[in-house]
Every structure is written in C-alpha cells, then in structure tokens.
Design a binder for this molecule. Structure first.
Ligand SMILES: [Zn+2]
Ligand SMILES: [Zn+2]
Length: 337
C-alpha cells in the first residue's frame, strides 16, 4: 500500500509498505479521507539528525472497516468510522471516563507513536473507533476527528456564551473552527492572525473583526472593537508572540485556554496574570466521550465546517500537501481516496 513518511527537512515521500493485518482487538481501516494537521508539521520540519520518524504520519482518519481481529464485536465490515487517534490503555480511570487523551498508561497517538492515517490502510484498536453518521461526509469526518473537537472542548471548558467577547488567536483550521463554534455559542468573536487570507476566511465564518499583529499593539487593536478587552481567548497558534499577547488581549477577569503547541518556548509571564486576575487553562484534544455532543452541536447549529478546507488532494500529492500546510497561509489540506 502507499504510505507517507517524513525523512526530515520538510520532505514528505511516498513509500510502499505491506498492508497490516489486525491482531486481537484490532481493526483494519480502508482510508476514505485523512487530513493534514498543524501538529503533523513538527515532525515534517525536523532535521534528519533528530530521531527519525519511523511512523506513518496522520491522525485525522476516516474510513471503512475492512477487517477485524479476534474478539472484536459491534463493528461491521464496511462501517464508516473515524479513528480517535489517542490509543489509551482502555482500563484506567481516564479511559473508563471517556478521557482517553489523558491516559497515563503508555498512551500511543496515531501518527506519532504508531502508524497513522496517511496511507491506504491503517490499523487501530476497536475501542478507538467513533461512528460517523451518514449526515456527515468523509471530509467532514476528518475535520471532526481532530480540529472541530479541539476547538469545541476549550470553548466549552471556558463556558463561552453570549456574554463574551471571544478572541481566537491563530486562524488555522482549529482557530477557524473556534470562530464558528464560539459564534454559535453566542459570543462576539474576534480573530487574530498575520495571514490576510486566513483573516478573510474568519470574517466569512462570523468573526465581527480580525486583527493583524503587524498593525501594532494588539491590546490597542482589541480595545477598538471591545473597549474592556476580550473576556475569553483561545490560543491556537502556539507562537510565542501569541502567548505574549494573551495578557494584552484579555480584559480584567479574562480567561484563556491554550490549545496550540509551538516549537519555541512559550512567552507568557505568569506574574502578568496578577493584575487583571487572568485565568489560563490547558486543553488537550477533546474527550472521546464528547464525540456525540460535538456532532450534535455541529448539526444543530448547521456549522459549515467544510468551509475550512482549502484543498482536497490524492495521497500521491503528499509532498505538495505538506508544503502547502507548512506555508500556514491557507485553510485545511485534506487527502481523499
Ligand atoms: Zn490534528
Ligand atoms: Zn488508560
């Protein structure tokens, strides 16, 4: 089968590898869609001298059940599924509660610690399967697999509502989903990103204003839109400048959730939280138990999540796909079979 590998230094290559066969409790998925995520790019960019990327990348998988291993029940051949990419142990209190992203027992993430979805087939544990209702396309399924939930969970954790001015820092696919979801929760939403194209997309998706960091101090810019500053903020850029701006963008009593992981050291001075009594929390993916809630929210608010997709490509175009995503000026890059 075709599979993507990252040899290093911003290269993606296609290799030919054997189709894996499912062991006990495992399922083989025939991919129908898989998306490129900002978190894939950390591995894509690494220098060859770093530890080699032995695993097939990709953790936003949608496909059809092709084969099941011994002991797998409740899954039929041909069923459309999304793979929840954090393979927890399935036994600890976190896995039992549907918080598999917090599993402390040798959790393996597809695309990082075991093979992922950028291949014709992938293998996973039956307990990682999330069912994809027919009202969603496979492209939407790939967005729901990671980005939509990653945007939804911090907004829910912050309790975003119609009382909020919500700032979304970083308008990549997760940020754009946060714009849509924050607006549907009732907030006035302001986006921040240096890319003109991404700011335009955020405004199309419901941002009341967007700010360009190169236009000067963000604290001043936000006060032109919301005189008391933002009351809630989601940081998706992972950029130290994005971290540093949290204090300026938020007003008194503001609360922020950190979602983006950057390659550089964060630049947020904890003592600066004191003066405005700012609360900062981390948000790690989304709980697998929240899957149905996210699907229902997206359906009931008729969120056009597919609008964040910029390009749908063949897996044969993987070199171009990762090059485009690496440019950080466009929407979501998707593979479709
Ligand atoms: Zn992702
Ligand atoms: Zn566990």
């Amino acid at each position: 089968m075709r599979a993507v590998k990252f040899p290093g230094n911003r290269q993606a290559v296609l290799v030919d590898v054997a189709v894996p066969s499912p062991g006990p409790g495992e399922v083989l998925i025939q991919m129908t869609a898989a998306a490129v995520c900002g978190s894939d790019l950390h591995r894509y960019r690494h220098a060859p001298a770093d530890p080699p990327n032995e695993f097939i990348p990709g953790h936003e998988p949608v496909g059809l059940v092709k084969a099941t291993g011994a002991g797998v029940t409740g899954v039929g051949l041909g069923d459309p599924v999304v793979v929840y990419h954090r393979r927890g142990c399935g036994r600890c209190p976190y896995c039992s509660d549907g918080d598999a992203m917090l599993c402390p027992n040798g959790q393996r993430a597809h695309g990082f610690a075991c093979d992922g979805s950028d291949a014709d087939y992938m293998l996973t544990d039956a307990r990682c399967l999330l069912s994809l209702p027919s009202r969603f396309s496979d492209v939407e399924g790939a967005l729901l697999a990671c980005n939509v939930g990653t945007a939804y969970a911090p907004l829910r954790r912050l309790g975003v509502s119609g009382r909020d001015v919500l700032t979304v820092s970083g308008l990549g696919p997760v940020g754009l989903c946060a714009i849509m979801i924050g607006r549907a929760m009732g907030a006035r939403v302001v986006g921040v990103d240096p890319s003109t194209g991404r700011r335009a997309l955020a405004e199309q998706l419901g941002a009341v204003a967007t700010l360009d960091p190169s236009d000067g101090e963000l604290g001043r810019q936000i006060r032109d839109v919301a005189p008391r500053g933002a009351s809630a903020l989601v940081e998706t850029s992972g950029n130290p400048a994005g971290h540093a701006a949290i204090i300026d963008l938020l007003g008194i009593g503001g609360r922020a959730a950190i979602v983006g992981m950057g390659a550089d050291r964060p630049a947020l001075n904890l003592c600066d939280l004191i003066w405005k009594q700012i609360t900062v929390t981390g948000s790690n993916l989304y709980p697998n138990a929240q899957w149905e809630e996210v699907l229902t929210f997206v359906s009931e608010h008729e969120l056009p999540i597919g609008d964040v997709v910029a390009e749908v490509l063949s897996i044969d175009d993987a070199p171009r796909a990762f090059h485009l995503a690496d440019g950080a000026t466009t929407g979501k890059i998707m593979f479709r079979w």
